[in-house]
Every structure is written in structure tokens, then in C-alpha cells.
Design a protein around this ligand. Structure first.
Ligand code: GSH
Length: 179
């Protein structure tokens, strides 16, 4: 029998939300434990032992600790629903999904994070505008990807869609409402 899963998360965190969404889509029971980023709980000694990077989300599966949302998404499918079309075993399909997950993690999410941080940290208008421009550019690339296939990584929904979804909704809020 599989061990009980626990996810340390924060409701305002896009990577955390992707993991929660996947657990709901696949009906995977996970105990959710909130880490209050505003109160800097991620810097507490006990949490740093789970994730030295001091970030959410973190998944606990028995004595196994996993950080990084996209790794968590892949692990949840592989261990709880192996072969599911959200992250299939076929090498090429999987590589295409991995490609988009990496694009999301290395290009999309950091740009959103920069917009948010420049606002929260009260950076200069010039700096804020720069982060908006960079986010706009990456959203355009994203639109190009999406114009070529129905879903983010092919013609069916995968964990790449689940990963990008909270980032797209946050980008739209930032860009449209200039948060
Ligand atoms: N690449 C990581 C990013 C995680 C991340 O940046 N989480 C943010 C919330 S969205 C966080 O925990 N920030 C806390 C901090 O930087 O102190 C992932 O996808 O899991």
C-alpha cells in the first residue's frame, strides 16, 4: 500500500496550485499543510530541513521528500496513476511534455515572479515596466506554442497544461489589470 501523501503549499503560489489541481483531477488523496509565506514560515529551521531552497511546494511520500512542482506532478502520475495520458510512458510524448514543463519552469514562471516581486518590493517604475515587457514577450511565445496544438504539449491535456494553467491566469491578471 502507498504511503500517505502530504503537500506543503501556499494558496497564493502558482506551483503549489498546480500540484493541488493535479491531485483533484486524479482524485489522489493528499493532506494539505499550509506554509504562510507572508509570515516567512518557509524560513523556519524545520522547513529548511525539508527544502533548503525555502520554497513551496514540497511533497512528502513516506520518507521520500520531493521539491519542485513539475517534478512533483510527474511523480504523482508515475506513482499513483502510472501510464496515465496526463504523463504517458511513451518516450517521445513524454519528452514533448518535459520540454514544455521546462519552458514553463525556466521562462514563464520566473517572469511572472519578477512582475510580482517588483511590485511588492516597490521597485522603480522603470524596473516594473521592464518586468512587464519581459512577461509580455514570454506570453507571446506561449501563444505561438498554443497556436500549433490544441493543448500545451500536443492534442490532449497533460501535466504541462496543469503546470502552466495557474501561471497563465496570473499573467492575465498582471497584464490586464496591471497589478
Ligand atoms: N521552481 C519552483 C518554484 C517554487 C517557488 O518559487 N515558490 C514560491 C512561491 S510561488 C516560494 O515558495 N517563495 C518563497 C520565497 O521565495 O521566500 C517550483 O516550481 O516548485
Amino acid at each position: 500500500m502507498s504511503a500517505k501523501l502530504t503537500l506543503y503549499y501556499f494558496v497564493g503560489s502558482m506551483p503549489s496550485r498546480a500540484c493541488v489541481i493535479l491531485s483533484k483531477v486524479l482524485n489522489i488523496p493528499i493532506e494539505l499543510r499550509s506554509i504562510n509565506l507572508y509570515e516567512r514560515e518557509q524560513h523556519s529551521e524545520w522547513y529548511k530541513k525539508l527544502n533548503p531552497a525555502k520554497k513551496v511546494p514540497v511533497l512528502i511520500d513516506g520518507d521520500f521528500i520531493l521539491t519542485e512542482s513539475r517534478a512533483i506532478l510527474a511523480y504523482l502520475v508515475d506513482t499513483r496513476h502510472p501510464g496515465n495520458s496526463l504523463y504517458p510512458k511513451d518516450e517521445k510524448k513524454r519528452a514533448a511534455i518535459d520540454e514544455r514543463l521546462h519552458f514553463d519552469g525556466s521562462s514563464v514562471f520566473p517572469k511572472i515572479s519578477n512582475v510580482f516581486q517588483s511590485r511588492v518590493m516597490g521597485k522603480s517604475e522603470t524596473e516594473c515596466k521592464k518586468t512587464f515587457r519581459e512577461l509580455t514577450a514570454v506570453v507571446k511565445t506561449l501563444e505561438e506554442f498554443l497556436s500549433k496544438s490544441e493543448y500545451f504539449a500536443g492534442n490532449g491535456m497533460t501535466i504541462a497544461d496543469i503546470s502552466i494553467f495557474p501561471n497563465v491566469t496570473a499573467s492575465l491578471e498582471f497584464l490586464h489589470f496591471r497589478i
